[in-house]
Design a protein around this ligand. Sequence first.
Ligand SMILES: Cc1cc2nc3c(=O)[nH]c(=O)nc-3n(C[C@H](O)[C@H](O)[C@H](O)COP(=O)(O)OP(=O)(O)OC[C@H]3O[C@@H](n4cnc5c(N)ncnc54)[C@H](O)[C@@H]3O)c2cc1C
Length: 441
Amino acid sequence: MENHYDVAVIGAGVVGNAIARELSKYAVSVAVLEKELDVAMGTSSRNSGVIHSGIHYKPGTLRARLNVEGNALMAGLCQDLKVKIDYIGKLTVAQDEEEVKSLYALKDQGEANGVPGLEILDPGAMEKIQPNVGGIRALHSPSTGIICPYSLTIALAENARANGCRFYLGHEVTSIQKTGDRFDIRAGNKSFSARVLINSTGLYSDHVARMLGIGDYRIYPCRGEYLILDKRLKGILNVLVYPAPHHGKAGLGIHLTNTVSGNILIGPSNEYREDPEDYACTADIMAQLRREGHVLLPELKTTDFIRSFSGLRAKQTPPEIGGFKDFVIESREDVKGLINLIGIESPGLTSSPAIALMVRDMVERLLPLVPKKEFNGTRPGMTGHFYELSDEEKADLVAKDPDYGEVVCRCEQITKKRSWTPSRTPWAQGPSTASNTGPGP
Ligand SMILES: Cc1cc2nc3c(=O)[nH]c(=O)nc-3n(C[C@H](O)[C@H](O)[C@H](O)COP(=O)(O)OP(=O)(O)OC[C@H]3O[C@@H](n4cnc5c(N)ncnc54)[C@H](O)[C@@H]3O)c2cc1C
């Protein structure tokens, strides 16, 4: 056996990386096994990037609790990791009296979950927050935020790696066996063994669970397509704008979402697919998104739509049922040492730091977790983009290193050196290079 670890985390999405970083605070060896050649290649880079407040989920569910806890933890985490986050707030907008009733229900639910600052606004108050928003009433949730989901995922991975976790990119887990008190894992062309196995494989979590004979779960991929609006519209939207909820829908409805880089997203749609990697964007949905975007923001022009993308929700509910099922985060009694994360759809991004704490507690019941004195939870560098700096700040950075000033993407004004993603290149080289696995435990 080549590689012995205390813990193996399968899946380098935001959840797997948040768990790996949390465990890197302790004196345990951790391997992260990822089938793709980089981190953040699955759902964690294909979503709305919203740090939800916690109004949408039933009190008492894991989704509600972990959403609210994750929202609160995210600010400090982003500060440590130099990831840009903006708590810009959200308006959930009602178009008729029936929808107004659902806003009051949403407010009650949010308050029961502990969401701060919720208010129902009349058109005058809505107009002050977001001119031309349309609708007759809105629920304002000021603790809703936005983040770049892949920047967070990458930052978590980098910090986990800097604290000793080993990343095996391009290593798809194809078989797992329990032998005594260890798991024998085949991934890529290597064999691994681990005392604790964490299945955080998103859309494939049912498949990975089946490798250990657990047939309790089935994931139904549900695609959400988006349109991206030109940065010309930057500043047009002060807050996020969502429609009032409708019972039985698989998502939260088509919404307008600011991104931290200044574009606006319209989406996502809802469409169940067989293939967990069917990331197509379709003409019908694009037309639907344009129509619904106009209802929420009447001044939109067709020429404002510049690009499209899609992501797939790891739903536990089949199309004929729709709606949401609670997250499954379980330490299995029948397969001791296995921690399964199943159906981590929205708000999985928001919840990721709270999920990591919950999983840490589960690991602690399986292994002694002794805190490491040398853990450093901060990342060097700055938060944000070069183009956002003042002329003096830009000149200072370029004087330190000319790569800070070399523009490699003219549309987005991305420079060669971005101090908030410093050590990306060695990771992206795939499984055949020695450098992709990082420092050992
Ligand atoms: C359209 C859409 C919008 C969303 N919007 C929001 C939002 O605004 N806010 C929010 O909080 N949440 C949102 N979410 C949910 C959020 O994106 C997910 O909950 C979160 O990204 C899940 O992260 P993950 O790490 O579990 O999964 P993933 O990011 O999918 O990571 C799983 C990883 O496992 C790897 N893997 C799979 N099988 C194997 C294997 N056999 N061996 C090795 N590796 C494997 C995959 O390659 C992948 O990298 C949205 C989701 C979608 C689809």
